[in-house]
Design a binder for this molecule. Structure first.
Ligand SMILES: *Cc1c(COP(=O)(O)O)cnc(C)c1O
Length: 372
């Protein structure tokens, strides 16, 4: 950071180029284009694919708002897809159903899927990739939370025709402000993204051949990220250990996040499922009383967002996503969480499950009511 400060060169330049090379090599793709945020990266990916009005883009109903916001921002229509109830990622069977619905009941042209690597777990790409290919749909990977994840030997942000990530501080690889990146194997697409990043530049930024954005990554943030990359694998191993500890302590008491065989999560969040919204509120309060932060990602599905009220009549139900919005809770999760801290969090959560467990006798009646 001092080196950048002393250089007097704060926009792009070699620190950004070095970082891009490093990130592309890490992911195992030809090109990385660093940019200003994950949201701008999503926007640029849609612009690069020429997606706009009359196009339908399929996005999970259970995600951060930016995934669907970017689709609507380019004038296309997001169609919300339900998710898997144990790993929270897009449900490809529901995608097939809703794709069929859009084809047979609307005038929209289905063009792309944005799959989200929610909470650090890659989406079901072994199924999604061939599906999108067969159906003529482009695949964008929203790896904002997924950087560092993998399926077999293939890293997150290598699965989409274009993939994006975010360096927002709370993401697996966070910087000290806003930042993001795009990944692609396509040379032409990479060039287009570099143009879109700087006002649709041609030969230079005063030769403007298309409408773009100002969406560069700050050089200072590239310096921060270069240092953080040196510790990234160690941090991934540390969060994996935290997740295993949570799994051991919480299995059976609450719904723990499922990781399919061969998948690696980067554990952006460790998110459990509680029996009901009331139980969740109780657990949150108990944690808070002990000075422990927790968060609800996400309290509303995309279908339930006021900003999408105007397109709600186009949507089909997503019951799993709705249920998750009522019952999920994300627990403290970072590489420097100590074992006894994990134990303390787990103890509080397990203790708050006990009344519900006791309330049920073997025949299914509720003995608590009779006692009262
Ligand atoms: C954080 C996030 C984004 C947006 O990234 P920013 O860098 O905050 O703009 C997009 N999609 C998902 C799934 C995210 O979690």
């Amino acid at each position: 950071m001092l080196h950048v400060a002393a250089s007097g060169s704060y926009i792009l330049g070699s620190p950004v180029e070095e970082l891009e090379r490093q990130l592309a090599d890490y992911v195992g793709v030809r090109h990385c284009i660093a940019c200003s945020s994950g949201t701008d990266a999503l926007l640029m990916s849609l612009m690069a694919l020429g997606i706009g009005p009359d196009d339908a883009v399929f996005v999970p109903d259970f995600t951060f708002f930016a995934t669907a916001e970017a689709v609507a921002r380019v004038g296309a229509t997001p169609i919300f897809i339900d998710v898997n109830k144990e790993n929270y990622n897009i449900d490809v069977e529901d995608l097939a159903r809703k794709l069929e619905h859009v084809r047979s009941h609307t005038e929209f042209r289905p063009v792309a899927v944005i799959a989200v690597d929610l909470f650090g777990l890659p989406a079901d790409y072994p199924v999604l990739r061939p599906f999108c290919q067969q159906q003529g749909l482009r695949l964008i990977e929203d790896g904002a939370q997924g950087f560092g994840g993998a399926i077999g030997g293939m890293k997150a942000c290598a699965f989409g025709d274009i993939a994006i990530t975010s360096f927002f501080p709370s993401k697996p690889l966070g910087c000290m402000g806003d930042g993001g990146a795009l990944f692609t194997d396509d040379d032409g697409c990479a060039e287009l993204l570099r143009s879109l990043r700087v006002h649709g530049k041609g030969i230079d930024k005063y030769d403007n051949v298309r409408l773009g954005l100002n969406a560069r990554l700050d050089t200072l943030q590239a310096a921060v990220l270069q240092v953080k990359m040196q510790h990234f694998e160690a941090e991934l191993q540390a969060v994996e250990e935290v997740a295993q500890n949570y799994n051991t302590l919480l299995r059976g008491a609450v719904g723990i996040p499922a990781v399919p065989t061969g998948f690696r999560s980067s554990w952006a969040q460790y998110t459990v499922r509680l029996a009901s919204q009331a139980v969740r509120d109780n657990v949150r309060k108990a944690l808070e009383n002990n000075g422990i932060a927790s968060a609800v990602y996400y309290p509303r599905t995309m279908s339930e967002q006021p900003a999408f009220a105007g397109i709600c009549s186009l949507q089909q139900p997503c019951p799993v996503a709705e249920r998750l919005a009522q019952t999920v809770l994300s627990l403290p999760m970072h590489p420097y969480l100590r074992e006894e801290e994990v134990q303390q969090v787990a103890n509080i959560i397990v203790s708050k499950q006990a009344p519900a467990a006791h309330a049920r006798c073997s025949s299914g009646c509720t003995i608590n009511n009779k006692i009262r």
